[in-house]
Write a new protein. Sequence first.
Length: 582
Amino acid sequence: MPIFNQSIRRKIVGIALGLIILMLVTAILSMVMSSRVGHLLDELTNRYIPAYGHLARANIHSLERALALRRMVIVRMQTPSDEEAYAARLREFRDEDSKIAAEAEAARKLILAIIDDPSTPSDNAALARIETRVENAVTELRRELEQDHAKLLRLLDAKDVNKDMAEARATLAHIDTLRDLFTQRIDAVRADMLSQVFASTAQVIRHQHQAIIISGIVTALAAIVGLAFALLVSSGITRPVRLLLAGTREVEAGRFDKPITVSTQDEIGELARAFNRMIEQLRQNERIRETFGRYIDPKVVQGLIDRPEVAIDGQRRVMTIMFCDMSGFTSMSEGMTPRGLVKVMNHYFTVMSGPIRNNRGIIDKYIGDAIMAYWGPPFIEDAEQAELACLAAIDMADQVPGLQKQLPDLLGIRAMPAPCDLRIGIATGEVLTGSIGSDLMMSFTVMGDAVNLASRLEAVNKAYGTRILISQTTADAIGSRCELREVDRLVVVGQSIPQAVFEVLGRAGALTEAQTSLRARYAEGLAAYRTRRFDDARAAFNAALESVPGDGPSRTMLARIAQFEAKPPSADWDGAWRMDSK
């Protein structure tokens, strides 16, 4: 055991050291590339840009020198001449001249430093040409300017300045020409130097992008290599754990037929053997659960296990109840043998129970050919029970065409003695939940007005030629999550207060153009019917039948209008229809 622990420790330390080495390599490479970018940026900041600045300042000092020269001439030509002011202007002139030389020399030194530095990429030929042009502009033009300046100073120092004014003006004009030529050359040099600054900036940006890309690639490679190394080293450690995890997932999914292969003799192996023993016990328990699950919904069983006080005490809860009945069952059963009828009914219940289970409903019981189911706490949340019940009803109705085709094949006949269809009623309301029965046998079920109303609505489908009818409370809970149509206001048997009844047409957004037109025309007819405008109602219901021929509620309302025309309703008629039978 100590050896095993030490081996695991060594493997874990090896993984950690490998990852640390990869991190160090990545960090060093990033530092090298960052240093390279920093060096280029340092050259741009401390050489290229300052060199360009020196050239710009040389140009400015050239203009300031020309301005100082003119001030000196103006002072000299005044009468009487101000020698002190003249001397000050002369010093200013010579200072500007020396500044031009200093700025040019500083720019040349920086350019030569760039050329001499082999560690950075640069266009040395272009920089050499720039340096030569700077030297020529400063040396040659300054030499000619110095000669003209000296000549002008001699003329200004002469005793009779006005006598040599023509020659002084000519000299000054030549100085301006030379100064303009100097400015043009310096401007051209500055333009070329600016191009080099831009080129260096582009180099810095390119190297920065390269550093980012290379750093990302190296980091990704390091991560891949580190992951591969970690997987390689840790596979011997994690394989038994993965097998155990896979086994727990199988158990979580309800599959208890896959024991874990025990491949080690350590604690993990012992844990695997204990896990296999647990699976065997769960397999036995599941057999018992499956046996009782055929008689009691597994959710109910689990709920009673988790909260036994619900079964003992009972609770009042708002739930959604569904009753589903097979229409034509009586006539269909008359021509079948008992074995064939059982076969048909078992298949019918299997097909229709699937949508209920898939939409998280609880099947309470099978009553003859009817199914009673419910939705609500503690099995689902209050907000979704009505929607899930209606979605289950829609799915059940979608199974009818397939069921009609399957039943003849199931019985080995060409056609069923009578067509089959569904009638579904759904109601939402407060019910009592709990274990109801005697000391000999109990049943966990629901009781209340909502149960009775759902049963009545299932039967009402027959009167209106519909498949799915729901109560007002259920419709309010659904909102716009399903496509509904108000069919009528009814007073069903056992109740005295009328309430609106709605037909479920389909899922939200699933109506065809004809169904949308049907719903709109039917709503117009229903509004006219309730206000005793029977002619308008008849026209609207006929328009609804044009949209969907054979629509049951429209035909029912037209027949009722005919009855009212023969025998008008009483003065206190409230627009509701009262059912006389269940």
